[in-house]
Design a protein. Structure first.
Length: 183
């Protein structure tokens, strides 16, 4: 299974890829991860390849090769939609983060993105705020991903909770549950 995780720097895309990788390893699969950061520390695009299978040779997913795109921001989902294979789907947060050209007035945020995506949107930001913190949006999306792909919920949630600071466990657990219930 080839999953492309995309978002904006600071959204937790790298943590999400590591949680997914840990879960797959715990299930006995071979896993390869590859991260592309760009200007991530400044709110730029972040893309992570997660490849899971019996024997994975390369960490790279070719364009048109992703079974699923997990997007933490809907414009990023659209930006990387060409990576999706025929029959694949996108699980995306409905959150809008304005890129620098939009902030400066040089461009407008595209309208109608949802209509161009094959998949399902989740109000990850709203659910994260309900859980107690906007930063838990990645845990919301991981809960939604777990349900969408039919993963073992207890084992997947365990991979998440083992990957975060102890002081944030309760909030992230609630966010995960809200994301799981959203699908």
């Amino acid at each position: 299974m080839d999953i492309l995780i995309v978002g904006v720097g600071g959204q937790g895309t790298l943590l999400a890829s590591r949680v997914l990788g840990k879960y797959a390893l715990d299930c006995g699969y071979d896993v390869k991860l590859s991260e592309v950061h760009g200007m991530a520390q400044r709110g730029g695009s972040v893309m992570t390849y997660v490849r899971i299978g019996q024997k994975i040779a390369s960490p790279i997913i070719d364009e048109g090769g992703a079974d699923l795109i997990l997007a933490f921001e809907k414009l990023e989902a659209l930006r990387y939609a060409h990576y999706l294979k025929k029959g694949g789907s996108v699980l995306y947060s409905t959150q809008e983060i304005m890129p620098m050209p939009v902030v400066t007035g040089a461009a407008e945020y595209p309208k109608g993105i949802e209509g161009k995506l094959v998949g399902q949107g989740v109000d990850a930001l709203g659910l994260a705020l309900e859980a107690g913190n906007a930063k838990a949006a990645n845990s919301v999306m991981l809960g939604a991903l777990c349900k969408k792909l039919g993963f073992d919920r207890e084992k997947f949630e365990g991979a998440l909770l083992a990957s975060i600071p102890q002081k944030t466990v309760e909030m992230n657990q609630k966010a995960f549950e809200l994301g799981y219930a959203a699908i």
